[in-house]
Design a protein around this ligand. Structure first.
Ligand code: ADP
Ligand code: MG
Length: 237
């Protein structure tokens, strides 16, 4: 479903975002990438979304080589991708309901489908009573749940999450991970990046370790959970 072949991103100022990444994710797989701050997690996500172009290497999503897509074709790529970002990227002047509905309007879903699905998604993410609120009237955790709801709304084949539990209280972290698990079990391909590894390694299928832009370790999530170097660096053990 997702392939990165020898992908390197060097930013215009000369700093390296990621270097020689080889990453392969199968359909329906739940893959977790752990890396500390500055290791290249967000760069990797932006490359997959084609917000950034690689300096070298190929990226293939759903059998499409995204290097070769032009501006007009990018929306088709993104239709298959649900995204949850560190900075939420909510629409401040739209209600909670509209923020979620918007994800379906842009893919031109019929109104009756939108009216049926929005309440279901809002209740899934625990915002059933908040449809009329605006994003700035929500707590950080609720905003993240809203971002999650929006990403799930269009039933994407792939969901990308960049540190969705960042800055959240433990209750929301648990809730976010429960939803991620549910989404993954429904057959959606999931790529999650996080600094906080314990929870993610216990529910993912496979994991990669990213250090200063390069992948240094790959394996079954359960094996990495018991790897001494991973425990030391990322599990606080
Ligand atoms: P992470 O998300 O893991 O914290 P990033 O992908 O944001 O890491 O950053 C990886 C490296 O790329 C860092 O050294 C960072 O300083 C650099 N970097 C990220 N964005 C830019 C940018 N827009 N311009 C220049 N360097 C950047
Ligand atoms: Mg980041």
């Amino acid at each position: 479903m997702i392939h990165m072949n020898n992908v390197t991103k060097v930013y215009p100022n000369g700093s390296t975002g990621v270097e020689n990444i080889n990453l392969h994710i199968n359909k329906g797989e739940f893959v977790f990438i752990v890396g500390s701050s500055g290791s290249g997690k967000s760069t990797l996500m932006k490359l997959l979304l084609k917000e950034l172009d690689p300096t070298e290497g190929d990226i293939i999503i759903n059998k499409v080589k995204t290097n070769e897509l032009n501006r007009r074709q990018i929306p088709y790529l993104r239709r298959n991708l649900g995204v949850v970002f560190q900075d939420f990227r909510l629409l401040p002047n739209k209600t909670v309901y509209e923020n979620v509905a918007f994800a379906m309007r842009v893919i031109e879903a019929p109104g009756r489908i939108i009216r049926r699905n929005v309440p279901a998604v809002l209740s899934l993410v625990g915002l059933g009573q908040k449809g009329r609120s605006y994003p700035n009237q929500l707590s950080g955790g609720e905003q993240q749940m809203l971002a999650m709801g929006r990403a799930l709304m269009s039933k994407p084949r792939i969901i990308l999450m960049d540190e969705p539990s960042m800055g959240l209280s433990p209750i929301f972290v648990n809730e976010i991970f429960d939803i991620i698990k549910e989404v993954s079990e429904s057959g959606t391909t999931v790529l999650l990046v996080e600094q906080n590894a314990k929870k993610a390694l216990s529910i993912a299928d496979r994991a990669y370790v990213l250090e200063t832009g390069s992948i240094t370790l790959e394996g079954k999530a359960d094996d990495l959970l018991h790897d001494e170097s991973v425990q030391k660096a990322y599990l606080g053990e």
